[in-house]
Design a protein around this ligand. Structure first.
Ligand SMILES: Nc1ncnc2c1ncn2[C@@H]1O[C@H](COP(=O)(O)OP(=O)(O)OP(=O)(O)O)[C@@H](O)[C@H]1O
Ligand SMILES: [Mg+2]
Length: 238
């Protein structure tokens, strides 16, 4: 994914809207979002609870599809890809750090981190080596044999981050990654993200905290499913 031409965004959203059908009620997730994200970007998406941040991340990560509008990766509309092509791309190119960790509780930390490599067909020895490397890079290698349900919230988050990094994804999507961490662990995580970005990863980070958004090179603001200017954001948020 890193090979997008300089003038062409890696990710492009055009008039992307998402309407959820919740029972008989239609709920707006996103409305007419236009956004270009370039290779090497470190973008923060800031907005209050319920503003559509996770909805946008799910679309960027191809976990969900827009109701209308076009999402392109390297100029290719995602809607034109086969389910197989999409799954391969998601697994090889995109790392997710979710608001909730999605660890398998009865698996050890190391085994959780190895899972994306298993899906990618990486052999056993290489899997172990890379999982341990990823666990070390987030400072949680000493817990490699603990079952994930024996870990604290912050430790689980680190394992989830190691899992997101283990494939060396070119695009890293982080949805409130510091939400469950104390300030020291949060700062550690942000410095890891900064390092990965310096090494070439494209990062999209969701947060409602300006202090965290400031780690990014660029910030976009979202309210009620729409991107707004910083001025509009300040006005609307008081
Ligand atoms: N699966 C769903 N079904 C119905 N409505 C949904 C669904 N997911 C999200 N929504 C609605 O879409 C809107 C945007 O939700 P979203 O999860 O994107 O917000 P968010 O900005 O990530 O909030 P938070 O900061 O609390 O995580 C909300 O009104 C929410 O209730
Ligand atoms: Mg969310």
């Amino acid at each position: 994914m890193a090979s997008a031409a300089a003038s062409e965004p890696l990710l492009r959203l055009r008039k992307v809207s998402k309407i959820y059908e919740a029972g008989t009620q239609a709920v707006v997730g996103l409305t007419d979002v236009d956004l270009d994200i370039f290779s090497g970007d470190f973008l923060a998406v800031m907005g209050p609870s319920g503003s559509g941040k996770s909805t946008m991340m799910n679309i960027l990560g191809c976990l969900d599809v827009p109701t209308s509008g076009v999402y392109e990766i390297k100029g290719i509309p995602v809607s034109s890809l086969s389910p197989e092509a999409l799954a391969v791309m998601r697994n090889r190119e995109i790392g997710f750090i979710f608001q909730v960790f999605h660890l398998l509780p009865r698996y050890s930390a190391q085994r959780n981190v190895e899972l994306p490599l298993l899906y990618a067909g990486v052999g056993r020895e290489e899997r172990a080596k890379r999982a341990l490397e990823a666990l070390r890079s987030v400072g949680i290698k000493d817990r490699k044999d603990h079952l994930s349900n024996e870990l604290s919230g912050g430790q689980k988050q680190k394992v989830a981050i190691a899992r997101a990094l283990v494939n060396r994804p070119s695009l890293l999507l982080a949805d409130e990654p510091t939400g469950n961490l104390d300030s020291k662990s949060g700062e550690e995580l942000l410095s890891i993200l900064t390092r990965l970005n310096a090494e070439g990863a494209t990062i999209v980070l969701v947060t409602h905290d300006l202090a965290i958004a400031k780690y990014a090179r660029r910030i976009v603001y979202i309210i009620d499913g729409r991107l707004v200017t910083p001025e509009e954001y300040r006005e609307m948020r008081g």
